[in-house]
Design a protein around this ligand. Sequence first.
Ligand code: NDP
Length: 478
Amino acid sequence: MLAQIGVTGLAVMGANLARNFARNGYTVALHNRSVAKTDALLAAHGDEGAFVRTETLAELVAALETPRRVLIMVKAGAPVDSVIDQLVPLLEAGDIVIDAGNSNFTDTRRREAALAEHDLHFVGVGVSGGEEGALLGPSIMPGGSKESYDALGPMLEKISAKVDGQPCCAWIGTDGAGHFVKMVHNGIEYADMQVIGEAYDLMRSGAGIEPAAQAGIFTEWNRGELASFLIEITAEVLGHVDAKTGKPLVDVIVDSAGQKGTGRWTVQSALDLGSPTSAIAESVFARGLSSQRGQRAIGQEVLAGHEVPVELGADFVEDVRQALFASKLVSYAQGIDMLTAAAKEYDWALKMDEIAALWRGGCIIRAELLKDITKAYAADEAPANLLFAPAFSKAIGEALPAWRRVVSTAVQLGIPVPVFSSSLAYYDGLRRKRLPAALTQGLRDLFGAHTYNRVDMEGTFHTQWSGDKTEVEAVDTH
Ligand code: NDP
């Protein structure tokens, strides 16, 4: 019997996706560069469904029904190109090559264009949910031709997570759209984790609340508007005691956060798009600062603190919760704003309601909040910014007094809250009638004759700063 899908790359993610397909009734052809992984998978889980063992890519391709669906789940980067190069001569027009790894969307755009030359479909699929999600139902973000989605989409929807019976999988858009949306998902994940860290630090260093007690607080928060996977696992990590020392595990973990690159890519893309994604950028930078352990050791010795003692209000913990919620809203607003900018730049028909809906289950940022975000973008007229949707402008307005109190308390206590504070600055920036950008434009005109527009008349102007300081209308040279 021919297989409906072939999976090459059977490390943890590929193996679990292959098992997920098989458990859902599909026949799955298996391939891995080193055959040992294929055999290990078959030995441990071969009875879970219909698998076809293959040793070479040619055998893998020969094992598939047409149009062939070959899912690549190898290490991101050059290995993906290497596998594609080996596959192309083996495939026929109309076949579908799927890259479900964490590839950069620019690589996906390049690969899609290259495979289109061979009349092959290339589908870049963002998969979130880690190992467990891949096995039990991830959130799936496929990009590529609509035609390829017709042949592949139903299978992906079947293996995806479900929320209210709806699959957490939908066609995202052409070429790199799926990987782009997955990248922004990861960027939001960075911000989500950072705001949780800031809340923890404020309650620990500011209010002296021990991790075990905080586990209870996060469990409680998980019952309300913050309900989400990350809040849930924060309670689990904070409640965990290290068996070796009897201390809270969080106290024996080195405070240097790693990163694999998708957060950095998100910020790089945001800069290219001119999208103010400050919450995600601050989260990436916060990880960077945490890993500068050498400098931090010196900083602890030579830099003054001059903290200002603050009497914490009785509602401090509730204030922190509200600040966390408001900052979280900002990071989602900025992520969606970035998606909007990318849709325009890359000509993708991104549907924010569908994207928010498929993030509701399976993925790391799954959260109750995404239900309301889905609703906000399903309305006839999508808001220009998530924060302008009535439900969210109301919610963030209600959190604002607590948010301001928390940020000023943190500043006085010398506790860094880069995302709490930069998100508040973004919020205030959005609502200010006049920004100091007017002065920036004046300065740019003085040192570089970069010109400015006036509030009271049409046109582009330049003041002759080094001459008689009269204003002239600038000639548009573009
Ligand atoms: P790894 O990223 O560790 O990659 C290992 C796999 O790649 C092995 O099957 C290996 O084969 C194969 N491989 C490496 N180089 C080559 C090559 N040149 N040619 C052919 N095959 C090669 O595996 P993961 O399962 O952790 O991740 C797979 C993808 O999924 C990555 O893009 C990752 O970023 C992404 N991802 C991972 C998540 C996770 O939680 N781990 C979550 C979401 C996405 P061999 O056995 O022969 O060495």
